[in-house]
Design a protein around this ligand. Structure first.
Ligand SMILES: C[S@@+](CC[C@H](N)C(=O)[O-])C[C@H]1O[C@@H](n2cnc3c(N)ncnc32)[C@H](O)[C@@H]1O
Length: 242
């Protein structure tokens, strides 16, 4: 459930209903130029990060991508049973076209309330969507529920290891990213303003590692991707049944 006591609030643990709705409207506006802007502002590194996450997935696995967006990650996966989940019907419509109806199952829903059975996935992947969860602890709890024992959560998101890096990231997103988005969209009110906003309120790697352990994950790891440290990766395991 979206936090409703402060509808416009935004902090490292989540956001209120109004803030999340506005974010979603902005994300949908990015669809036509999503891949292009991402590729430019990450200096082409986004492909490498996606490949790295995909390297933890083996053939025939049951894989859930939460916040699949227009299907950028899921379309690259082959020989797996993929479920693409997103709250936005607009995002799912594009993902259906790109990934192919026959290659995946498409589900409308939010991470915080997954309409999926317990113990059903070997891997749950969140690429640039964890930052948008409106209740991060609740989303992680749901992921733990749907993972099979021994299954892995794989998260890739914008890098923030400490306050100094957070400041540098905000400067990058507030200048270069805004300039690129304005050029590509030819719109000074382009939707990438929300990217800077969610990044500003995003927590550090250690904050989310602690949260994952509290939720019940084991073997939690989190680190930045080099060389530019623009993105980070988390790997966390659902404990094996004892
Ligand atoms: C920046 S896009 C990422 C798209 C894609 N995963 C990629 O690799 O580029 C973030 C996606 O997360 C989705 N999202 C936002 N809030 C969510 C939530 N609470 N639960 C699940 N997905 C969410 C958005 O609709 C959007 O499609």
């Amino acid at each position: 459930m979206v936090r409703d006591e402060a509808p416009n609030s935004l902090d490292r643990d989540g956001m209120g209903q109004e803030a999340w709705k506005e974010l979603m409207t902005n994300l949908e506006t990015t669809i036509p130029v999503y891949d292009k802007v991402n590729s430019i502002v990450t200096l082409g590194q986004d492909k490498r990060w996606r490949k790295n996450i995909a390297s933890f997935i083996q053939p025939n696995m049951d894989v859930l991508e939460i916040g699949c967006g227009p299907g950028t990650f899921s379309e690259s996966l082959q020989d797996v049973n993929i479920t693409c989940l997103d709250p936005s019907e607009e995002m799912l419509a594009v993902a259906r076209r790109r990934v192919g109806e026959e290659n995946a199952t498409f589900v409308q829903g939010v991470a915080e309330d997954l309409p999926l059975a317990d113990n059903s996935f070997d891997r749950v992947c969140c690429l640039f969507s964890f930052r948008d969860f409106h209740d991060k602890a609740k989303g992680l709890g749901e992921i733990l529920r749907v993972l099979k024992p021994g299954g892995l959560l794989l998260i890739c998101d914008a890098g923030k290891s400490n306050a100094l890096q957070g400041l540098m990231g905000r400067i990058w997103m507030g200048t270069v990213v805004q300039w690129v988005a304005r050029r590509v969209t030819k719109d000074k009110n382009h939707p990438w303003k929300w990217l800077a906003k969610t990044y500003t309120h995003f927590g550090t790697i250690s904050h989310y590692k602690k949260m994952m352990r509290q939720v019940g994950f084991s073997e939690v790891k989190g680190r930045l991707y080099w060389p530019f440290f623009m993105a980070e990766r988390f790997i966390a395991k659902k404990p094996d049944e004892s």
